[in-house]
Design a protein around this ligand. Structure first.
Ligand SMILES: [Zn+2]
Length: 379
C-alpha cells in the first residue's frame, strides 16, 4: 500500500469498467496501479462487503455477455434473470453492442449465500485466488461453480468473483506446538509435496456436486504448513515445489540432494478403486529409508486412526517401493500416504485447509511432524 495512491478519487465502478475494457492493452504495471487505485489497498486484499454503488444503466460493450454484466454489477451470474426481465429480453445470448441496459435495484437471491467478493487481478489464477482468499487452492472448483465458470483458465482481470460464504476467511496457520530447546535446530529437511501442475494432479475425488479435490493441492497445503512447524523448531527446510507446478521426480530428488538434506519426506495421499479403503502407509526404497518410513508410519497410523472419519483405518505399514524420489536421493527418504483421498469420508474431511486448526489436513501435519521429531530423537 502506498499513500501516494490515495489521490485517486474516481468513482470505483467507472474505474472497474475502464480496467476491464483496457486490460488487454495495459501493461501489467499500469493495471496493478489501476487495481490499487480501485481498491485502495494491497492487491491481495479482497473487496469488502461494501461494494461500489451500482449504476442504474449500463451500455453493452463489444465482447460483453449478460453473464459478465451480472457478475460485474451483482457479483453473481444468477442476476442474469433479473436483468433479462427488467429489460424485457427473453434470450441472454442475444444482446447487441451499444444497447443500454437497465440494471434493476436490489440484490439477487444468490448474493445472500455469498456475501464476500474478490476482484481478479492481472495474471490471477483461480487457484491463486482460492489460496489467497480462502486459504487453500482446493477451493478453486467451488469458486468456479459458484460463479458459473466452466473454464478455469478464462478469468479476466477486473472481474468480480463471489466467494463461498461457508468457507472461513484466510487466517494464518495455527502456531506450531511449543518446542523447548528447538529440538530440530540446524537439521536440513527436504519436503516434497506430491504431484503438481495441470498435467499431474495426482489422485482426485469428485464430489456429487462435480467439485474435484486434487491430491496435488492438498499435499502442497500440508507440506507448506509442515514447513512452518519444522522451521519453528529450528529446522532448515527445502521444498521441491511451492506452487501448483509440475516438477519431474528426478528433479525433486536433485533438489533435496543439492540442499544437503538429512531426510526427505514426500507427502502424498493414497487412492484405490474401492472407496472403502482408508489407512496409513509409508514407502521406503533404499535400506537407509526404512527406519524413517517405519517411524513416520507409526505416528500416522496411531494419530490419524484415532480420528478417522470412517472405520476401519487399516494399518498398511511401511512397505518397500522402487519410487524414483526414493532411489535417487542420497539421504533417508520416505513417501507418506497418510489417508485415502478416494474414501468419501476422508475426501469430505480433507476439504478444510490447514489454516483451520481442527482440519484433517492439520492432523496430518501434526502426525508427520511428530514422526519426524521421533526419527531425529532416535538417531
Ligand atoms: Zn501421490
Amino acid at each position: 500500500w502506498s499513500p501516494m495512491l490515495t489521490c485517486f478519487r474516481f468513482p470505483r465502478h467507472l474505474l472497474a469498467s475502464a480496467l476491464r475494457r483496457f486490460q488487454g492493452r495495459l501493461s501489467a504495471g499500469a493495471a496493478i496501479v489501476l487495481a490499487l487505485a480501485l481498491f485502495g489497498a494491497h492487491p491481495t486484499t479482497p473487496l469488502r462487503a461494501e461494494d461500489p454503488p451500482r449504476p442504474s444503466q449500463v451500455v453493452i460493450q463489444p465482447g460483453d455477455t449478460l453473464s459478465d454484466i451480472a457478475v460485474r454489477f451483482y457479483g453473481s451470474p444468477a442476476a442474469v434473470e433479473r436483468i433479462l426481465s427488467a429489460n424485457r429480453l427473453s434470450d441472454a445470448n442475444v444482446i447487441v453492442t451499444g444497447t443500454r441496459l437497465v440494471l434493476p435495484a436490489g440484490t439477487p437471491p444468490a448474493a445472500s449465500t455469498s456475501t464476500r467478493q474478490v476482484v481478479v487481478l492481472p495474471d490471477d489464477t483461480l487457484s491463486g485466488i482460492a489460496e489467497r482468499a480462502l486459504g487453500s487452492a482446493a477451493y478453486a472448483p467451488t469458486i468456479a461453480a459458484l460463479n458459473g465458470i466452466t473454464d478455469e483458465n478464462r478469468i479476466v482481470a477486473g472481474m468480480k468473483l463471489a466467494l463461498p460464504a461457508a468457507a472461513g476467511a484466510r487466517s494464518s496457520p495455527p502456531p506450531a506446538p511449543a518446542s523447548p530447546g528447538r529440538s530440530l535446530a540446524g537439521q536440513r529437511i527436504c519436503l516434497d509435496p506430491g504431484h503438481g501442475g495441470k498435467s499431474e494432479p495426482g489422485a482426485a475425488y469428485t464430489f456429487p456436486s462435480r467439485e474435484v479435490l486434487r491430491e496435488a493441492d492438498v499435499t502442497l497445503d500440508i507440506a507448506t504448513t509442515l514447513r512452518a512447524w519444522l522451521q519453528a523448531d529450528g529446522a532448515v527446510v527445502t521444498m521441491t515445489r511451492t506452487t501448483d507446478t509440475f516438477v519431474p521426480l528426478i528433479d525433486r530428488a536433485a533438489i533435496c540432494n543439492m540442499a544437503g538434506a538429512a531426510i526427505m519426506v514426500s507427502v502424498h495421499l493414497n487412492a484405490d478403486k474401492s472407496t472403502a479403503w482408508d489407512g496409513a502407509m509409508a514407502l521406503f526404497g533404499k535400506v537407509v529409508d526404512r527406519r524413517l518410513a517405519e517411524t513416520l508410519n507409526a505416528a500416522l497410523q496411531l494419530g490419524l486412526g484415532r480420528n478417522a472419519p470412517s472405520a476401519p483405518f487399516t494399518a498398511f505399514g511401511a512397505q518397500q517401493f522402487d519410487g524414483a524420489v526414493l532411489l535417487n536421493t542420497l539421504m533417508p527418504a520416505v513417501i507418506v500416504e497418510p489417508v485415502f483421498i478416494t474414501n468419501p469420508g476422508e475426501a469430505q474431511a480433507l476439504i478444510a485447509p490447514t489454516a483451520q486448526a481442527t482440519s484433517r489436513r492439520n492432523q496430518i501435519v501434526l502426525e508427520t511432524y511428530r514422526g519426524i521429531r521421533m526419527y531425529f530423537a532416535g538417531s
